[in-house]
Design a protein around this ligand. Structure first.
Ligand SMILES: [Zn+2]
Ligand SMILES: [Zn+2]
Length: 141
C-alpha cells in the first residue's frame, strides 16, 4: 500500500498528510493523540480507519493547484487587455483540471485519501448522503 491520509486532528486541529506503507496506528504528530488504525491491505472497500464510516466521495485534489486563482488572474487580465486572455486562461484551467488527480474524501470525518485504487469509481459529493451523516452525528450528540 502506498496511499496517504490527509487528516485533521480532532484534539488539536493539526492537518497533516500521513503516509502509510504497512499496517500502522496513526498518531497526531503534534499532540500524539491516536487518530486511527490502518491495516496493511486497506482499500476504499473497507470502512474509514478514522471514523468507521463507509462512504466516500471524490473531488479534485485542489490542494495541488490554484485553479481558481488562475481563472481569477485571467479574468482581471482580460478586463485590462482583452477577452482572448480569458479564453486562454480558461483553456489552461481545463487542461490543468484534467491533469489534477482525484482525491477520495470520507463523508463523516473528511479525511483525504490519496493514491488508492478505486478513487475514479467513486461518486462526486452528494448532499443527501452528507445530510445522512450529519443527522446521525446530531442524534449521537
Ligand atoms: Zn493533535
Ligand atoms: Zn472517516
Amino acid at each position: 500500500m502506498n496511499g496517504s491520509f490527509g487528516y485533521e486532528c480532532d484534539s488539536c486541529g493539526l492537518f497533516k498528510i500521513y503516509t502509510v506503507e504497512d499496517s500502522a496506528e496513526i498518531f497526531c504528530s503534534s499532540c500524539k493523540n491516536k487518530l486511527g488504525t490502518v491495516s496493511a491491505n486497506w482499500s476504499l472497500e473497507n470502512s474509514c480507519p478514522f471514523c468507521d464510516c463507509k462512504s466516500y466521495y471524490k473531488r479534485k485534489d485542489f490542494n495541488q493547484i490554484l485553479g481558481a486563482g488562475i481563472l481569477l488572474t485571467g479574468a482581471v487580465l482580460s478586463i485590462i487587455y482583452n477577452y482572448f486572455v480569458l479564453i486562454g486562461f480558461a483553456l489552461l484551467d481545463i487542461v490543468l483540471f484534467n491533469y489534477v488527480p482525484d482525491v477520495a474524501v470520507c463523508y463523516k470525518c473528511a479525511v483525504e485519501l490519496r493514491g488508492f485504487n478505486g478513487i475514479d469509481g467513486l461518486s462526486v459529493f452528494d448532499h443527501h448522503t452528507a445530510d445522512l451523516y450529519q443527522f446521525s452525528n446530531n442524534e449521537n450528540s
